[in-house]
Design a protein around this ligand. Structure first.
Ligand code: FES
Ligand code: FES
Length: 159
C-alpha cells in the first residue's frame, strides 16, 4: 500500500506516493533522484545519509518517508546556492578533508547545521557535531580543521 505525501526537497515541491516502510533515504535517492545523499550502512551507524529535516540533522535511513509529509528536507545539493557552501567546500579541499569523498555530503550537512547554530564553534563542538558521521579515510583531524577554518572564514566574510 502506498500513501501520498507532500514535501519540499531543496526548495522544490514534490508529491510522491510512498510505501509505509519506505525510508526517506530511499525516497530521495531512488524516486527523487537526489544522489548526493549516500546510502552506507542503512542502519543509523555511519551518517553518510545525513540530511536536514525542518532544519534538524537526521539519518535519512532511519526516518520513514511517510513521516516527512509536510516537511522541508535539505541535502548537500540544496546547499549549492548557499555562499557558505563554497567556503566549506574550499576548506575541505585545502585541508585534505576529502579522500574517497563518500562521507563528505553527510559531513558537510552536519557542519552546515553546526555553523548555523554556532558560527564560532570550539573544536569540541565540531567533534560533537560530526560524531555521528563516520569517515574511514581521513582520521577526522583534517575534517575538524576544515570546519574550524571555514568558520573563521565565514566570520571574516561577515565583518
Ligand atoms: S546510511 Fe544512514 S546512517 Fe549509515
Ligand atoms: S573521505 Fe572516505 S570515508 Fe571520509
Amino acid at each position: 500500500m502506498t500513501y501520498p505525501i507532500k514535501l519540499v526537497v531543496n526548495g522544490r515541491k514534490f508529491s510522491p506516493r510512498v510505501e509505509g516502510d519506505e525510508t526517506l533515504l530511499h525516497l530521495l535517492r531512488e524516486k527523487l533522484g537526489v544522489k548526493g545523499v549516500k546510502a552506507g550502512c542503512e542502519s543509523g551507524e555511519c551518517g553518510a545519509c545525513t540530511v536536514l529535516v525542518d532544519g534538524q540533522p537526521v539519518n535519512s535511513c532511519l526516518i520513514l518517508a511517510a513521516r516527512c509529509d509536510g516537511k522541508s528536507v535539505l541535502t548537500v545539493e540544496g546547499l549549492r546556492a548557499n555562499p557558505q557552501m563554497a567556503i566549506l567546500e574550499q576548506a575541505f579541499l585545502e585541508k585534505g578533508a576529502v579522500q574517497c569523498g563518500f562521507c563528505s555530503p553527510g559531513m558537510i550537512i552536519s557542519a552546515h547545521s553546526l555553523l548555523q547554530k554556532s558560527p564560532h564553534p570550539t573544536e569540541d563542538e565540531v567533534r560533537e557535531a560530526i560524531s555521528g558521521n563516520l569517515c574511514r579515510c581521513t582520521g577526522y583531524a583534517k575534517i575538524v580543521e576544515a570546519i574550524l577554518a571555514a568558520a573563521r572564514r565565514m566570520g571574516e566574510v561577515e565583518t
